[in-house]
Design a protein around this ligand. Structure first.
Ligand SMILES: NC(=O)c1ccc[n+]([C@@H]2O[C@H](COP(=O)([O-])OP(=O)(O)OC[C@H]3O[C@@H](n4cnc5c(N)ncnc54)[C@H](OP(=O)(O)O)[C@@H]3O)[C@@H](O)[C@H]2O)c1
Length: 344
C-alpha cells in the first residue's frame, strides 16, 4: 500500500523527504504546531531542504515559531517561509489565523494538523470546551474547514489524492471513544452510555477516583480519536474532489508535550513505550502520510511507523465520524457543507 515497505520506526523524516523530493518541490505546505524541539520543527526542517514554494508555520507562540524560522533560514536563505500566530483553544483566534493563511496562500497542497496539548487537570478553553478536546480537535476542525477552498484549489490542479490533510493523532486514541453525551467530562462513567466509556482491561482502569469525573488521559484519548474520525469524514466527503486525509501516530518521543503533566502522569508516560524515537524519526510517519503518492486510497485513514495500520473500531466508525462532524459544527456555530455544489 505504501511506496516504501522498508520504512519502519527507525526511519527519519529526513529520509522520507529525500525519498519524495519531487512531491515537495513547488508545494505550499501549512504546518500547525511549531516550536523548537517539537515534531513541528523536525517536519519543517525536513521539508525545507526540498524547495517547497511556500511553508506557512502556524502556532501559538510567535517567538518560538520565529526561532524555528531563523534556524531554517540560516540553511535555506531563499526559502519563502511565513509565520502565523494562532491559538487553537480560541475560536476567534483560529478565524483570524485562517484569514491570514488564506491571504498568504493561493492554494494549499498539504495541511499538517500537528498541534496538541496534554494536561493533568480539568481545564477549559476560552469558549468553555474541555481543553484537550477544544485544542486538539475543535481547533483543527474549524481551521481545516476554513482552509478547504485553498485545498480544493490545489486538488483541481493536482493528481487525485495528492492534496493532503494530515492529522497527527496518537495510539492513545485507544483509551477513549467520543463521549457524545459528555465531552466536557461532567459525568461519571457509569452515568454515560456504555459505548462512550473508556477502555478498561484487567489491571488497567481509566475510571476517575470516587467523587470525580475527569481523567486526563481519557480526555486526551477522546481528542485523539476525534483526529482519526476527522480524517475518515474528510475522505468520505472530499476524496472525489481529490483531497486525501490520513491520521498518523508519530511514536513515542520526548518533547514539550508533557510539560503540563504532574509527576504521577509523567511516570505513567514513561511506562508507555520501550522504544523512544528522536524528533526526526518522530516526524517520519507524518511525512509519509503527507507525501507518498501511493497513499491516495480514501480507505487509508491511519499510519503508524510509516506503514498503513488499523485504528481502534471507535475511531474508524462512519456513524461516529458523522456524529462528531455535526457536534463540531454545533460547537463552532457554523455548518460546513462539503457536497460538490458548495465547493469553491
Ligand atoms: N511526543 C509524543 O510522544 C507523541 C506521541 C503521540 C502523539 N503525539 C502528537 O504529536 C503532535 C506533536 O506533539 P509534540 O510531541 O511535538 O509536542 P510539543 O513539543 O508540545 O509541540 C506541540 C506544538 O503545538 C503547539 N500548540 C499547543 N497548543 C496550541 C494552541 N492552543 N494553539 C496553537 N498551537 C498550539 C505548541 O506550541 P507552543 O510550544 O507555543 O505551546 C507546539 O508547537 C501532537 O498532536 C501530539 O498529540 C506526540
Amino acid at each position: 500500500m505504501v511506496s516504501h515497505t522498508e520504512f519502519d520506526r527507525h526511519t527519519t523524516a529526513t529520509t522520507v523527504a529525500q525519498a519524495f523530493d519531487d512531491n515537495i518541490r513547488d508545494k505550499t505546505v501549512v504546518i500547525v504546531g511549531v516550536s523548537p524541539k517539537s515534531l513541528g520543527e523536525s517536519m519543517t526542517t525536513a521539508l525545507a531542504a526540498h524547495s517547497p514554494s511556500l511553508l506557512i508555520l502556524a502556532s501559538r507562540t510567535r517567538a518560538k515559531i520565529e526561532k524555528v524560522v531563523s534556524e531554517v533560514k540560516s540553511k535555506h536563505a531563499d526559502l519563502r517561509i511565513e509565520n502565523v500566530e494562532l491559538d487553537l483553544s480560541s475560536l476567534d483566534s483560529i478565524r483570524k489565523g485562517a484569514e491570514q493563511i488564506n491571504s498568504l496562500a493561493k492554494q494549499i497542497d498539504i495541511l499538517i494538523n500537528n498541534a496538541a496539548v496534554v494536561t493533568s487537570s480539568h481545564e477549559f478553553t476560552q469558549d468553555g470546551l474541555e481543553l484537550q478536546f477544544g485544542t486538539n480537535h475543535i481547533g483543527p476542525f474549524l481551521l481545516t474547514n476554513l482552509l478547504i477552498p485553498k485545498l480544493l484549489a490545489s486538488a483541481q490542479k493536482s493528481s487525485p489524492g495528492s492534496t493532503r490533510v494530515v492529522n497527527v493523532t496518537s495510539l492513545g486514541h485507544v483509551i477513549s471513544p467520543i463521549r457524545f453525551s459528555d465531552h466536557k467530562f461532567q459525568k461519571r462513567p457509569e452515568d454515560i452510555p456504555s459505548d462512550e466509556r473508556p477502555m478498561s482491561r484487567p489491571g488497567v482502569s481509566f475510571d476517575p477516583p470516587p467523587g470525580e469525573t475527569y481523567v486526563p488521559f481519557v480526555a486526551y484519548g477522546q481528542s485523539k480519536t476525534a483526529n482519526i474520525l476527522l480524517s475518515l469524514y474528510l475522505n468520505q466527503h472530499l476524496s472525489d474532489a481529490g483531497v486525501q486525509s490520513i491520521a498518523t501516530h508519530p511514536g513515542s518521543i520526548w518533547t514539550d508535550l508533557s510539560r503540563n503533566l504532574d509527576e504521577k502522569h509523567l511516570a505513567m508516560i514513561e511506562n508507555t513505550s520501550t522504544f523512544w524515537k528522536d524528533i526526526d524519526q518522530g516526524s517520519a510517519t507524518t511525512l509519509v502520510a503527507a507525501l507518498d503518492p501511493k497513499l491516495n486510497d480514501p480507505k487509508v485513514i491511519f499510519l503508524n511507523d510509516c506503514q498503513v495500520a488499523e485504528p481502534a473500531e471507535w475511531a474508524s466508525n462512519a456513524n461516529a465520524a458523522e456524529r462528531l462532524w455535526k457536534l463540531s459544527e454545533e460547537i463552532v456555530g457554523q455548518k460546513f457543507e462539503l457536497s460538490p455544489s458548495n465547493r469553491l
